[in-house]
Design a protein around this ligand. Structure first.
Ligand SMILES: C[S@@+](CC[C@H](N)C(=O)[O-])C[C@H]1O[C@@H](n2cnc3c(N)ncnc32)[C@H](O)[C@@H]1O
Length: 263
């Protein structure tokens, strides 16, 4: 889960962040430097990734996109206020508000993904780890002529994600229910994936395995985004390993999200 701490401060954190700027000054400087470095590489994928970083730094949203993101945030607020519980692991239940506050990508990270997808314009996008559908909604809203498929272990979360998308007016996202060990390979088969966001099992070995599986099925020039690359020693080492893969043309880090542009 993403935000440690007790319930009250967690919810407060989530709400305060709704008004936060996309990039802290230190991250903004790092993004600008990475974009400049990528432009020196002289490779079309590095140039494309630099363009995505420029877009993140500018953080400009066309009016229609801003309205779409407002609708998603309204759906998030409804979940944060909800008194509902959903079935959870080991026959327990869990508060929907708590799951949403602790596991969903915060507005800044979700908007960052929105910018990346808007720049890359995938036709087929994949997400590992749907939860209640917040990050999927942000990404799907950035690709009006594409479709996003998201994978989630818990059926109750998948149903809630579909509700989130309905409420936010997102009609180009779908969820596949089941554990990644069962769903990832069949989902990857037969489709040329242009983009993937990996945000499920945040363990180093699993992350390396997902990158390997997804890269093999990805179309040339695809982009992979990985969340929580600084979450643990295992994740840091996995990130260092995957960014040096032969099939990676260029990589960048924005906060805790790693971006890999494939050849
Ligand atoms: C951090 S949350 C995803 C948050 C979501 N991407 C967002 O920002 O709105 C991770 C999700 O991945 C799911 N997950 C974790 N391991 C999984 C696995 N092995 N198979 C399928 N889903 C898994 C969890 O149930 C959880 O809902």
């Amino acid at each position: 889960m993403r935000v440690a701490g007790r319930w009250g401060p967690t919810l407060l954190f989530a709400r305060v962040e709704l008004r936060a700027r996309l990039l802290q000054p230190g991250i903004r400087r790092s993004v600008a430097q990475q974009a400049a470095d990528l432009r020196h590489v002289g490779d079309s994928q590095a140039e494309r990734l630099a363009g995505a970083l420029d877009r993140i730094a500018a953080d400009q949203l066309p009016a229609e996109s801003a309205r779409a993101l407002d609708r998603i945030e309204a759906a998030r607020r409804a979940m944060l206020r909800s008194a509902e519980t959903v079935p959870w692991a080991d026959d327990t239940t869990q508060s929907l508000a708590r799951i949403c506050a602790r596991a969903s990508q915060p507005p800044s990270g979700a908007r960052l993904l929105h910018h990346v997808v808007a720049m890359w314009q995938p036709r087929e996008a994949l997400e590992l780890g749907t939860c209640v559908g917040v990050s999927a909604a942000y990404q799907a809203a950035a690709m009006p002529s594409g479709a996003l498929t998201s994978l989630e272990a818990y059926p109750a979360l998948a149903r809630q994600a579909e509700r989130t998308w309905r409420e936010a007016g997102i009609d180009n996202a779908r969820v596949v229910v089941g554990r990644l060990a069962d769903t990832l390979a069949p989902t990857l088969a037969g489709t040329s994936w242009d983009y993937a966001f990996i945000d499920a099992n945040h363990q180093g070995a699993a992350t390396e395995r997902y990158v390997e599986q997804v890269s093999r099925a990805a179309s040339p020039g695809a982009l992979l985004a990985l969340d929580d690359i600084d979450y643990s020693a295992g994740m840091r080492s996995a990130w260092e390993s995957v960014r040096q893969r032969e099939d990676v043309a260029a990589s960048a880090v924005v906060g805790k999200i790693g971006l890999l542009a494939l050849r």
